[in-house]
Design a protein around this ligand. Structure first.
Ligand code: SF4
Ligand code: SF4
Length: 223
């Protein structure tokens, strides 16, 4: 490169605006951006978490603390036998790898695109279940230390799981969706298709060889 070639590159940039007026303006985030989590609910309001602790077991950063409890028969919290009684994520440790999302058999835990938060004490960095659980509109609950603008919580709840739902071999390679409070069932993402369900698989992902009864609910059905 000649002596003045570098100057030519520099001069060529004069007048070009390459920054945005952050935080009033923000660049769009990728569709699968990994931000902070939410705990999702079904369209009828029931919680998806069944307190199985798989997310905590798979987390490489050991930042999830979850304890399950039996559902009260008169007022069940989730459609399963158990629900997530305690649920905490420590964001001083989380590396947003999404492995918890992949491991969750019910799509209860998903990652939003919300990531801008500034803690003034360590306790705030440990999100409790009350902070993680979506509100009655199916949206993330904004915490005082989080910086996000109107509309940034759109498209933050449901997340399309590209892996086999519930680990059923017959579902391998198929994309599964379940209804989300406030959002319904999402359309496939670009490049994804949802082929018709095999005849041998019912709404709960069971093939003809299984006869376990999971109640008469229709939560988590695959569409
Ligand atoms: S995204 Fe990764 S590090 Fe964060 S809670 Fe989930 S499994 Fe753990
Ligand atoms: S979030 Fe999913 S994986 Fe974690 S305890 Fe709840 S149901 Fe199990």
């Amino acid at each position: 490169m000649g002596r003045f070639s570098g100057f030519r590159v520099t001069i060529g940039q004069v007048g070009k605006v390459v920054t945005t007026n952050y935080p009033d303006e923000k660049r769009p985030k990728p569709a699968r951006f990994h931000g902070r989590h939410v705990l999702n609910r079904y369209e009828d309001g029931m919680e998806k978490c069944i307190g199985c602790e798989l997310c905590a077991g798979v987390c490489p950063a050991k930042c999830i603390y979850v304890r399950g409890a039996d559902n009260p028969p008169d007022a069940p919290v989730s459609p399963g036998e158990r629900y997530g009684f305690v649920y905490e994520i420590n964001y001083l440790r989380c590396i947003h790898c999404d492995m918890c999302v992949e491991a969750c058999p019910t799509g209860a835990i998903t990652e939003t695109k919300l990531f801008e938060f500034s803690f003034t004490n360590r306790a705030d960095a440990i999100y409790t279940k009350a902070e993680l659980l979506v509100d009655d509109d199916g949206r993330a609950r904004r915490q005082p230390w989080e910086l996000w603008l109107g509309g940034e919580d759109d498209q933050t709840s449901a997340w399309m799981r590209a892996t086999s739902p519930a680990g059923q071999v017959a579902w391998e390679g198929r994309v599964g969706w379940s209804g989300e409070l406030g959002f319904g069932v999402r359309a496939p993402e670009l490049g994804q298709t949802a082929p018709p369900e095999p005849e041998s698989i019912d709404d709960h992902g069971h093939d003809g060889h299984e006869h376990a009864h999971h109640g008469d609910h229709d939560h988590g059905g695959h569409h």
